[in-house]
Design a binder for this molecule. Structure first.
Ligand SMILES: NC(=O)c1ccc[n+]([C@@H]2O[C@H](COP(=O)([O-])OP(=O)(O)OC[C@H]3O[C@@H](n4cnc5c(N)ncnc54)[C@H](OP(=O)(O)O)[C@@H]3O)[C@@H](O)[C@H]2O)c1
Length: 279
């Protein structure tokens, strides 16, 4: 698949937050491989970010790095304008950066909640707001200009465990923000959630082996490949907004079909599916 046609001669451009390493880097590389100019956001991972920029630039020229602490509101407000200044325009944002610190109901604090809320939910809202302002400002010269925001969620929201309380609250807030932003920013900016299953965070899980954790989930592990494909789909498919793509690796085993009735009204066996919706 290739990136959607841009009204300008430049390739479309995307800001990927938390793109120095892990999932963010993989997403950045996938987008660069599909013709996107990538703004690689990072905070502390300076060397990794430099490598990601270089690797993205080899795939689609023009990648650059942008260092911002997403816990700082002023810095967050300055991020997208900085990318716009460097790139000329921005078409999409993938908010992958995330604070992920362990706490429980017993250790929860306002400080931990605020730290997670700032980078995981607040920053995503401010950057979405900035993208909408930018796309609105392009309408006179480019009436077809549209933007898209993809916010990384977590399937923990739909398969609850009692740990990572502050992190989970921030992702629940981001999920709610996605719905509201999709309504508020339409038709200029689409907003889509992509929710991987806990996978790469496994070393941080307290007292649980991956196998135990995986077995507790109805649909096992996701892979980076799934998540990258879901992000790409969300960016490219102009009809998706206000919903979340739950990334699944394994399709549940088909249950044996009930024998078809010999006659009478059609009563097909419908494979039950896990529904994504409000809890
Ligand atoms: N990995 C999984 O298994 C999994 C499962 C479900 C959902 N997800 C979601 O997918 C996304 C990516 O997952 P991941 O495991 O790759 O993420 P991660 O490694 O936990 O974090 C990604 C990056 O976020 C950046 N970051 C954290 N706090 C920041 C702040 N205050 N300001 C700026 N940057 C900050 C860090 O950048 P620096 O290193 O540059 O400081 C970090 O490298 C996350 O949103 C996560 O919630 C992941």
């Amino acid at each position: 698949m290739s990136a959607p046609a841009s009204p300008s001669v430049l390739p479309p451009s995307v800001l990927v937050t938390g793109a120095a390493k892990r999932l963010g880097r993989e997403i950045a590389l996938t987008l660069a491989a599909n013709g996107w100019r990538v703004a690689v956001h990072y905070r502390d991972s300076v060397e990794e970010a430099r490598q990601t920029v270089a690797d993205c630039a080899r795939l689609t020229p023009g990648a650059q790095g942008f260092r911002t602490n997403l816990g700082n509101e002023t810095a967050v407000r300055n991020l997208l304008p900085a990318v716009i200044e460097a790139f000329g325009q921005v078409d999409a944002v993938v908010h992958c950066a995330s604070t992920f610190e362990h706490d429980t109901a017993a250790t929860f604090s306002f400080a931990a909640m605020e730290k997670h809320m700032r980078s995981n939910a607040g920053a995503a809202i401010l950057i979405s707001q900035a993208l909408h302002t930018h796309i609105a400002g392009r309408q006179t010269a480019q009436p077809d200009a549209r933007g898209v925001v993809v916010n990384l969620l977590d399937q923990k929201l739909w398969n609850q465990t009692p740990d990572f309380v502050s992190y989970t609250l921030s992702k629940a807030a981001l999920d709610a923000a996605n719905s509201m932003l999709a309504l508020a920013l339409q038709p200029l900016v689409r907003v889509v959630g992509v929710a991987p299953v806990m996978g790469q965070h496994k070393p941080l899980l307290m007292g649980e082996t991956l196998a135990e954790r995986s077995a507790s989930l109805p649909n096992h592990q996701s892979t980076d490949l799934d998540t990258k494909a879901a992000v790409l789909l969300a960016l490219q498919e102009g009809s998706i907004s206000g919903t979340t793509l739950l990334v699944e690796e394994e399709v549940p085993q088909a249950k044996p079909q009930a024998p078809a009735p010999a006659a009478g009204p059609l009563a097909p066996f419908v494979q039950p599916t896990r529904r994504h919706g409000r809890r």
